[in-house]
Design a protein around this ligand. Structure first.
Ligand SMILES: Cc1cc2nc3c(=O)[nH]c(=O)nc-3n(C[C@H](O)[C@H](O)[C@H](O)COP(=O)(O)O)c2cc1C
Length: 366
């Protein structure tokens, strides 16, 4: 019954050995300056049995970062240090994509290079959540509204980061348009109250994403660009009276452009944790109908539920976040019917090898 997960498939012209995806997982083991570390190479080497490896969220600029020790792709030193990490991630035949990230208003002046409040589409602070500062939780700040020049600069930062990703050896990039970060802040009317061409109608609110896709497609083939969305999530205060129309329009627009894949976070996930499923949740299968290319779903899946969605044809690949953290050799364990290890909270974000590279792999006799 789980055989579907071991069928190879083609994505962006590359043959993936199986349907397991290591989804983007922030683990905060880079240096303070966003330079990847040898420990990260070991972590990705351990999880290289996935068909597709997507890097942890990797910021396109210092302004795009909310937390320390998150890697970047905007300096030469970062590009150099990514090379051995990417090589480790592809050591068993996976395709390796970099998740490109700008957090927008989820940052804070205490981590902004100029000490000013973060950037966002509109001067509206996140309500109902708090920023995790080194001194404890503090309220989110009212962001600075991005000017047209500011938007153009961020578009260029994404294109530069994509070029840097290719130079570091990544096969492609995933635009992080999920979980209430900058793209999602533009999409949703609760965080975007602009009256220019980037706000108002759905078409206008999607403009920033499509400008980034266009700019990135000048440096990478369009079939090496993926997009990640979380259509049913209002985590970090991104809401809209009609998410169904919004995300349907988004998926149609992405489909027309022939991207590598559409990656959807399943309903019932709030960022990195489980949450109550919204009664208005949009079934991933509904949106996948609008997309002709490969579809990835992530969120709450077991190997059994993953095989069922792949078998039903509503998704081609399935991401396993917390399961892959605790089971570095997840595909091999599933193939052998071996027991799965449980997740420990220890070292989830930041620290050394504990809770990061010390989860056991199956012994070779198993
Ligand atoms: C420790 C941790 C870090 C995460 N970091 C990211 C990230 O950098 N980018 C992202 O898009 N999602 C991130 N997520 C969300 C996961 O990609 C995934 O959507 C979520 O864990 C649900 O999948 P699961 O039920 O298989 O764990 C993170 C989740 C966890 C647990």
């Amino acid at each position: 019954m789980l055989d579907q997960l071991f069928e190879p498939m083609v994505l962006g012209g590359q043959t993936l050995p199986n349907r397991f995806v290591l989804p983007p997982l922030t683990r905060s083991r880079a240096q303070e300056d966003g330079v990847p570390t040898p420990l990260m190479a070991e972590y990705y080497r351990q999880r290289a049995g996935a068909g597709l490896v997507i890097s942890e969220g990797t910021v396109v600029s210092p302004q795009g970062s909310a937390y320390a020790q998150v890697p970047g792709l905007y300096t030469e030193a970062q590009v150099e240090a990514w090379r051995p990490v990417v090589a480790a991630a592809r050591s068993k035949g996976a395709a390796v994509y970099a998740q490109l990230w700008h957090v927008g208003r989820q940052a804070h002046s205490c981590v902004q290079p100029d000490g000013c409040p973060p950037l966002g589409p509109s001067p509206i602070a996140i309500a109902g959540w708090e920023y995790r500062s080194p001194d404890g939780p503090v309220p989110f700040e009212v962001p600075r509204e991005l000017s047209h020049e500011g938007i153009a600069e961020v578009v260029t930062q994404f294109a530069t980061a994509a070029r840097n990703a290719a130079a570091a050896g990544f096969d492609g990039v995933e635009l992080h348009a999920a979980n209430g970060y900058l793209f999602d802040q533009f999409f949703n009317s609760s965080s975007n109250q602009r009256s220019d061409q980037y706000g108002g109608s759905v078409e206008n609110r999607l403009r920033f994403l499509f400008e980034v896709i266009e700019a990135v497609s000048k440096v990478l083939p369009v079939n090496r660009i993926g997009v990640r969305i979380s259509p049913s999530s209002s985590w970090m205060d991104v809401s809209d009276p009609d998410k169904r129309s919004l995300y349907s329009a988004l998926v149609r627009g992405v489909n027309e452009r022939g991207l590598a894949y559409l990656h959807m976070v399943e309903p019932g996930i709030a960022g990195a944790v489980d949450a109550q499923t919204d009664p208005n949740a949009i079934d991933s299968a509904e949106l996948s109908e609008l997309f002709d290319g490969p579809v990835i779903v992530t969120g709450g899946h077991t190997p059994q539920s993953a095989a069922a969605v792949v078998g039903s044809g509503s998704a081609d690949l399935v991401g396993f976040g917390r399961l892959f953290i605790a089971n570095p050799d997840l595909p091999r364990r599933v193939r052998h019917g071996a027991e799965l290890t449980g997740l420990r909270e220890e070292g989830l974000y930041a620290g050394g090898p504990a809770g990061y590279t010390d989860y056991p792999e199956l012994q070779s006799s198993n």
